[in-house]
Design a protein around this ligand. Sequence first.
Ligand code: NAD
Ligand code: UDP
Length: 337
Amino acid sequence: MRVLLTGGAGYIGSHTALALLQAGREVVVLDNLCNSSAESLARVARIAGRAPVFVEGDVRDRDVLGSLFAEHLVDAVLHFAGLKSVGESLAQPLRYHDNNVQGSQVLLEAMAQASVFNFVFSSSATVYGEQAQMPVSEACSVGHAPNPYGRSKLMVEDMLRELPASDPRWRIAILRSFNPAGAHESGLIGEDPNGIPSNLLPYVAQVAIGKLPELAVFGGDYPTTDGTSVRDYIHVLDLAEGHLRALDALQTRTGTHVWNLGTGRGCSVLDMVRAFEAASGRTVPYRIAPRRFGDMATCYADPTKAERELGWRARRGLPDMTRDAWRWQQMNPNGYR
Ligand code: NAD
Ligand code: UDP
């Protein structure tokens, strides 16, 4: 089976490319490198012992997609390409809609033209927005996404729910990933944010290694056990395996299916700080700062549908995520540069 990974040079994409290669699949990566480096794919090749095919280009470029599908006989597409910063999406909503929504539309059109109908979409827990009940299951209503990033994911989900009615050959998985964390255990691939990280774990890692002075904990007065916000952090290798299981599940399913990829366990910001201190043996200085605009108090998954239908569950815990993130940080203090 040959799989096209859009955004395959990025954080989740590179770990998934590796998992696919290790499972014996052929991998083609399409990435415009706007938030990544081709070095990630060189490292993937080093670990796997063989390289994915790399096409540098944009998912919104119909010509690039046309020649890619003509040249490589692709069986399925995993779609990771997109912009993912909540803050940036509030400042530049049109850029987010153009890249995430328009990019997905152009890709789906090119797929239909090439008669490729197996599609796995990397959606996000952000689509759930603030919910009264935790954990969130796939049956919870969506539509209250609190920012343009989340709304761009919802628009693509809507598009994907409509497609099978137009053509029964479509087999679509929507994967709502919770908070990816950690890195491959080799320390060769990991999360390489541009500039100052906006996500918690890379920020904590850079504080622990001394690149940043302290962590600002956004909010100490949330209605949670210690007052700091709670998320469902999931090891990026577990996420990658979830994507492979979804791809397999599409062999026997038509239509559009939604699965949460989370651990089902909530972890507060201070839980994460303590786990990182234990893994690194370093102190992580922090101060309680005002809440960040658009943040929710608590969000964690009900992962039972994925467990039941995909036979998948997250196997790694907080000690694995923090240990692997710390190894990656130490071995690559400047990321892939
Ligand atoms: P990432 O930025 O590391 O990877 C995205 C990749 O897509 C990058 O390599 C980037 O260069 C590429 N890209 C962006 N726009 C493109 C375009 N128009 N054409 C071609 N390539 C393009 O991000 P990630 O954390 O690996 O996220 C991957 C996907 O998972 C995204 O769709 C994101 O929304 C989703 N997701 C991420 C998180 C998270 O917190 N990291 C959580 C849930 C879902
Ligand atoms: N967070 C924080 N300080 C930071 C970055 C994040 O306190 O410098 C908190 C943030 O408020 C949220 C959690 O850590 O509650 C996870 O944030 P992240 O941006 O990693 O993921 P999100 O769940 O917002 O997508």
